[in-house]
Design a protein. Structure first.
Length: 304
């Protein structure tokens, strides 16, 4: 397979719903168009923040079609694949390919704590079902299966497994993977509050939750780190960090979508079982956003 050129910030885009919890394709289209207009480098649709498991397969296809139309070929559109069985994952990938995605981000089997060889077999089988480029997504705190560097090493013969997104928070894994297989996989940071560290050890991209809310700040932070302008990056990182920590919480989807609503970029509504933030949690997020807006920094030039 031809080497992919994915790099930069790919927001894990939220999916928008109406008050009755029905899919709002038009609002999702607006969210995507605004992100692309603000200079993000790619889009991940129907990921964790996109509430993948709350969507039907037909709804996922509608989201992808809206994203492709809004992006208008300016950036790659990747679809998340999160299923309970390998067969369902393969079927979802086929639907994603029919919808015209540029690649898929595949999660480990959901609802089953697989053994390492089972995890590897899942990714191998899903990759064999398509010629799309595949990003392997590791998020052990959320999905309970850990895709370690040792597992990835066994998948180097799968030509279309081309990218590894890690949300474990352990940036040493990027070094371990590079030591084991060189630059065989493109590396993506997957946890917002370790992005600068991830770039420092080899990440070429960032699937970001909070860049839904502050896309120009996210892309600027990432480019500063890539350009090794660390004094400027750390100043922006310090401002950003209280927001970025929200991406590492179990209720990250509610947090990110509330932040979107507070800055006028989307709706806070999530589908059950995710329920709105309440009490102290709600007040804390509102306070974090208010402080961030009150101290929003001027951004250095990074070529956006």
């Amino acid at each position: 397979m031809k080497k992919i050129t994915w790099s930069g910030v790919f927001p894990a885009v939220s999916t928008q719903f109406r008050a009755d919890f029905s899919l709002d394709v038009q609002a999702t289209h607006r969210v995507v168009k605004n992100l692309v207009d603000d200079g993000v480098s790619g889009l991940v649709m129907c990921g964790t923040v996109g509430e993948n498991t709350a969507l039907t397969l037909a709804e996922k296809a509608s989201v992808i079609e809206a994203a492709r139309d809004a992006a208008a070929g300016r950036v790659p559109v990747i679809m998340g694949v999160a299923e309970f069985t390998t067969a369902f994952a393969c079927n979802t990938v086929r639907e994603a390919q029919r919808a015209g995605v540029d690649g898929v981000m595949v999660m480990p089997p959901l609802g089953y704590s697989s053994q390492p060889h089972e995890t590897a077999a899942h990714f191998r089988t899903v990759a064999a079902s398509t010629d799309l480029p595949v990003m392997v997504y590791n998020n052990p705190p959320v999905y309970k299966n850990d895709v370690t560097p040792d597992i990835l090493v066994t998948l180097t013969d799968c030509d279309n497994i081309v990218c590894f997104k890690d949300s474990s928070g352990d940036t040493r894994r990027f070094i371990d993977l590079r030591n084991a297989v060189g630059d065989r996989f493109t590396l993506f940071a997957g946890l917002d509050d370790v992005v600068v560290e991830s770039v420092a050890v080899g990440a070429e991209g960032w699937v970001s939750g909070m860049s839904n809310v502050f896309p120009r700040e996210g892309e600027t932070l990432f480019r500063l780190a890539v350009q090794k302008r660390f004094d400027e990056a750390l100043a922006l990182y310090k401002w950003f960090m209280p927001l970025l920590h929200l991406d590492a919480r179990p209720d990250l989807v509610q947090c990110i979508k509330l932040c979107e609503e507070l800055v006028g970029r989307g709706s806070a509504l999530t589908r059950p079982p995710r329920l709105p933030l309440q009490g102290k949690a709600l007040a804390d997020v509102k306070e974090i956003v208010a402080k961030a807006l009150a101290s929003r920094p001027a951004l250095p030039d990074v070529g956006l």
